[in-house]
Design a protein around this ligand. Structure first.
Ligand SMILES: C[S@@+](CC[C@H](N)C(=O)[O-])C[C@H]1O[C@@H](n2cnc3c(N)ncnc32)[C@H](O)[C@@H]1O
Length: 252
């Protein structure tokens, strides 16, 4: 199976080795998703970027290589030593720092970063009303924060639609729509949201990549794959949100 279907939509990702992406995947293809995020963030050479919940650091490698930024690849489940080995193999040890860190207890100085990026990770901790206020302390005044996470085209109340029941997990409660994220962030009065949108054809990418992971790595996400396929983009896909700090903040 090849990734050629997405080559036109994600031309930067198309240069990355398919097997490398399969081996280091922890879910949907993070390289495609970080390329999507980067289209809405003005990343410039030399910027300091926090990759929050970087997993196996593919997204950090992509950001350092494509935009010549310096990245702090921070993750909880994946040991920093493992990421250091991957970063070294990519020849980027001078520009990416692997850090083992919990998202609520980050070892950084105030205003340190020019950008914060988070792919398929922020929804694990960032639905807390107060988390944005915590993470923004590490972002400079001119900075940008951006996330792409699995989500819903529109939030629904109560149970998910019937056709999603067979593959649904309780923790998909953290999936939200772009409009939900916009409100969630703007009501803090601490940011202006510059982008809150939806990856067209994202559900097809999700199904395609799950099948590749199943065929090539034997990963079993059959219930999820079938659910996303059956849904056919009605509800499930990927939300992208980007914001800049509002100075001064709206509220005390
Ligand atoms: C589904 S994986 C995605 C990893 C990577 N961003 C990617 O897309 O390949 C979610 C990541 O979020 C990270 N994560 C979840 N909760 C976290 C927390 N409280 N602090 C730091 N990282 C966290 C995990 O360590 C994990 O690597």
């Amino acid at each position: 199976m090849t990734a050629s279907k997405t080559d036109d939509r994600f031309p930067r990702s198309a240069k990355y080795d398919h097997t490398w992406m399969i081996e280091n995947s922890m879910g949907p293809n993070a390289v495609w998703l970080v390329e999507y995020l980067s289209e809405a963030m003005d990343l410039k050479p030399g910027m300091k970027v926090l990759d929050l919940g970087c997993g196996k650091a593919m997204t950090s490698i992509f950001l350092a290589r494509e935009f010549d930024v310096e990245v702090w690849a921070s993750d909880l489940w994946i040991p920093a030593d493992e990421n250091r080995t991957r970063i070294e193999a990519a020849g980027l040890s001078d520009r990416i720092h692997a850090v083992h860190a919990e998202a609520h207890d980050l070892p950084y100085e105030r205003n340190f970063f020019d950008a914060i990026a988070s792919i398929d990770a922020y929804h694990y901790f960032g639905t807390d009303d107060l988390y944005l206020g915590y993470i923004l302390q590490f972002l400079g005044k001119e900075g940008l924060i951006g996330i792409v996470s699995p989500g819903l085209k529109h939030d629904f109340d109560g149970d998910p639609p019937e056709h999603l029941h067979a593959g649904w997990h309780w923790d998909f409660a953290s999936f939200h729509s772009p409009e939900w994220w916009r409100r969630h962030w703007e009501r803090t009065g601490k940011v202006d949201v510059t982008t809150a949108d939806w990856l067209e054809e994202g559900w097809q990418d999700w199904v395609f990549w799950n099948r590749a992971l199943s065929e090539e790595r034997g990963l079993d996400a059959e219930g999820e794959t079938e659910m996303v396929k059956e849904d056919a983009g009605r509800n499930l896909g990927f939300a992208r949100i980007v914001a800049q700090p509002r100075i001064p903040a709206r509220w005390r």
